[in-house]
Design a protein around this ligand. Structure first.
Ligand SMILES: NC(=O)C1=CN([C@@H]2O[C@H](COP(=O)(O)OP(=O)(O)OC[C@H]3O[C@@H](n4cnc5c(N)ncnc54)[C@H](OP(=O)(O)O)[C@@H]3O)[C@@H](O)[C@H]2O)C=CC1
Ligand SMILES: CC1=C(/C=C/C(C)=C/C=C/C(C)=C/C=O)C(C)(C)CCC1
Length: 324
């Protein structure tokens, strides 16, 4: 690896945001990054299909500034093997991106499903950090990045467990960010709203297969006729691309003083701000209730309201360029 290059380990690169970040860093025109990306983790995945997509996206960066490793963030052994396989275990930037979603009424979800979400989204991050952080501390240099979510900052109906896993990760990292300042190690959260990746498709496929036994008919009706159409409209109306998130992540990596919190979607910022505008929580709970149950059927109106609200917000931010 040439002098001055920084080693980046990104988890969950077979698709979406992880793949976009890996490709963007590997193609850095100044060749400042050498990427180690986690590849195939499960037998359910068609590895040849994935590799084809990966090679296509990486182009001639593959093998030069990008290579693939196998990693399952749910396995202690796999995490250790992956980090051990890197020369001198030297990782400058760890990007925790691997994650899974879960939607549906809580009473109809099994504890096993919930544990799997925490195993990946929370303990997966804990495992990676435990393996990489001690070396960063002793070198007194490093950057830990987590692809969190706006759902790590506020709850959304029927996303309760996914949101809880991201809140847990935010709590973990907020504490670490403070401790690690003594060791010159930075911690940054990237907090996207909806992003158009396979994530939503995977959720919708799961939903179509489930009967949600245990939920009463009224709740199930709210889920199917209010929530799901709202989610679809929101992804269409406000969804960012994985490349948008990759650009934001690269900007955070390259910042001399990387911020801890990084919302990626200015259109979504007012939604998050509601929570902080009223410390009792009533403002956000009541607003979300009305947006879902009274305006859900006309979600395009809600999206317009969100764009309108963010317009005032954006005028105060001189570096954003947005077409509404
Ligand atoms: N899409 C969205 O709207 C948003 C996504 N996020 C977050 O962004 C991150 C990336 O999601 P996104 O790109 O959208 O979704 P994708 O489903 O496209 O990508 C998720 C990636 O995580 C990998 N992964 C899942 N489980 C494991 C595991 N046990 N070990 C290693 N890798 C694993 C998947 O690999 P494989 O398929 O092989 O299992 C896949 O590469 C997630 O943390 C998600 O929570 C945050 C906000 C919004
Ligand atoms: C229903 C509903 C909402 C839905 C938000 C959603 C569905 C966000 C999804 C974010 C994702 C998928 C993040 C991934 O990490 C709003 C806008 C808060 C307004 C109130 C009603």
């Amino acid at each position: 690896m040439p002098e001055g290059q920084r080693v980046v380990l990104i988890t969950g690169c077979s698709s979406g945001i992880g793949l976009a970040i890996a490709v963007m860093l590997a193609r850095d025109e100044m060749k400042r990054y050498y990427g180690k990306s986690r590849s195939i983790n499960r037998s359910t995945h068609s590895s040849s299909k994935f590799l084809l997509k990966y090679f296509e996206a990486a182009g001639d960066a593959y093998g030069k500034t990008l290579s693939l490793l196998t990693l399952d963030v749910c396995s202690d052994e796999s995490v250790k093997q992956c980090v051990d396989s890197i020369k001198d275990r030297h990782i400058d930037i760890l990007i925790n991106n691997a994650g899974v979603g879960l939607v549906g009424p809580v009473e109809a979800l099994s504890l096993d499903e919930m544990k799997q979400v925490f195993e990946t989204n929370f303990y997966g991050v804990v495992r990676m950090i435990k393996e990489v952080m001690p070396d960063m501390k002793s070198r007194r240099s490093g950057h830990i990045i987590v692809i969190s979510s706006v759902l790590g900052l506020h709850g959304v109906a029927f996303n309760d467990v996914y949101s809880a896993s991201k809140f847990a990760t935010e709590g973990l990292c907020e504490g670490l960010a403070i401790q690690l300042m003594n060791f010159n190690v930075n911690v940054s959260m990237i907090e996207p709203g909806p992003v158009n990746t396979e994530f939503e498709m995977k959720l919708m496929t799961e939903v179509s297969k489930k009967e949600f036994v245990g939920a009463d008919p009224e709740t199930l009706d709210h889920f199917r006729t209010c929530y799901l159409p709202t989610q679809v409209n929101l992804f269409q109306g406000l969804g960012q691309t994985p490349e948008d998130i990759a650009r934001c992540t690269k900007k955070v990596i390259e910042s001399p003083q990387p911020p801890f919190r990084n919302l990626t979607n200015p259109l979504y910022t007012p939604i998050v701000a509601l929570k902080y505008a009223d410390e009792t929580g009533s403002l956000s709970v009541h607003t979300f209730y009305h947006m879902l149950y009274n305006l859900g059927g006309v979600m395009h109106v809600t999206v317009r309201i969100m764009k309108f609200l963010s317009f005032g917000w954006l005028r105060r931010r001189d570096n954003e360029k947005l077409i509404l």
